[in-house]
Design a binder for this molecule. Structure first.
Ligand code: AMP
Ligand code: ZN
Length: 118
């Protein structure tokens, strides 16, 4: 699975990405189909399929993903706030099964996170 995984291929530089940040544990790159002017992903370099599969052995990478989010959001141009999203599994409508955190920013407000059913 790891060899076929598109985000593992980005980690291994087998396919291109617009990289914002990289260290031993994580990689941040712009989303290929941005939904707002700022939209990038922060991923652990290790293949973790979903947030269900994360555990305490991954805590340094997971901590780095959150700890770097604000500075990278500013670097990408989100000066007045942003939203982080981790979609998980079928209900979360996850499309790429390598754990990733979306960082999505304005400049305009993003609207309600989830539309309430009528
Ligand atoms: P999710 O629905 O949370 O699994 O979101 C997957 C995200 O990955 C989507 O926003 C896609 O646009 C993005 N994506 C898929 N392939 C690539 C790629 N090669 N480079 C950058 N972003 C990608
Ligand atoms: Zn992967």
């Amino acid at each position: 699975m790891e060899h076929a995984c598109i985000f593992c291929k980005i980690v291994r530089k087998e396919i291109p990405a617009r990289v914002l940040y990289e260290d031993d544990d994580v990689l941040a790159f712009h989303d290929i189909h941005p939904v707002r002017p700022v939209h990038f992903l922060i991923i652990p370099k290790a293949h973790i399929a979903t947030l269900y599969d994360a555990n305490m052995t991954h805590q340094r990478a997971l901590g780095t993903m959150l700890a770097r989010a604000g500075e990278l959001a500013r670097l990408a141009g989100a000066e007045s706030g942003f939203r982080t999203i981790i979609n998980c599994g079928k209900v979360g409508q996850q499309e790429v099964y390598h754990l990733h955190m979306h960082v999505i920013g304005g400049p305009d407000p993003l609207g309600p996170m989830i539309v309430r059913p009528q």
